[in-house]
Design a protein around this ligand. Structure first.
Ligand code: HEC
Length: 186
């Protein structure tokens, strides 16, 4: 009997250790840019590792210039199949200053310069992995990075900092997909 009890205890311990050690791995699988507490890290190297979905041009104001939007190749492929962003999908919107001038294509031609303004990031989470965390909700994690500290997410509350302006896109899962023809079948 004693031997069996000991054996069972050992087996349970092994199982418990096994389970706890899989938790960080699962979080990593969900997104390489999100840690186990739901902190969002800057998606380094996104310009070459991700696909350019589309761009916006904002003529004036603080946000003026080009807004270039990126996501993973796998997320594009999943969206084309299902019409939805898969869990862990990353959307990056990079804001760049612009210049315009005359070129052989015409006058008043605008182009993005190397003047980086800021980066907006959304990460898809349909499973409410971080309840109570003010960076997560409505099916997404929300983050904003500025050039003076690009590794620090400055969002303190997504409802105040982000959500209001995305209400017009609510029926598109909060994403302005009309500007991303790459998500369609071409
Ligand atoms: C002033 C209004 C406004 C605020 C505040 C705002 N957004 Fe947006 N966001 C927009 C609009 C409009 C677009 C698409 C058009 C554009 O970029 O001009 C957009 C696009 C995006 C995109 C590209 C994908 C998409 O939805 O089309 C991301 C990512 C994004 N926003 C994240 C955020 C995050 C994260 C926050 C909070 C830190 C935030 N936004 C706050 C208005 C806003």
């Amino acid at each position: 009997m004693d031997f069996h009890k000991k054996l069972m205890t050992t087996l349970l311990l092994v199982a418990a250790v096994g389970l706890t050690s899989t938790v960080p791995a699962a979080a990593e699988q969900f997104s390489p840019y999100v840690d186990a507490s739901g902190n969002v890290n800057f998606p380094e190297g996104f310009r070459t590792s991700m696909v350019h979905l589309g761009s916006w041009y904002v003529p004036q104001g603080d946000a003026s210039g080009f807004h270039d939007v990126y996501t993973e190749r796998e997320s594009v492929e999943a969206y084309r199949r299902t019409g939805k962003f898969p869990d862990g999908a990353t959307l990056v919107k990079e804001l760049r200053a612009s210049q315009s001038g005359s070129f052989t294509t015409g006058q008043g031609v605008s182009y993005a310069t190397s003047g980086l303004k800021q980066w907006f990031v959304m990460i898809k989470d349909s499973k409410q992995r971080f309840p109570g965390n003010p960076l997560w909700g409505e099916g997404w994690g929300w983050a904003l990075f500025k050039p003076d500290a690009p590794r620090k997410n400055v969002v303190s509350n997504f409802q105040q900092d982000c959500l209001g302006c995305h209400v017009p896109a609510k029926d598109r899962d909060w994403v302005y997909t009309q500007a991303y023809p790459t998500l369609g079948a071409d």
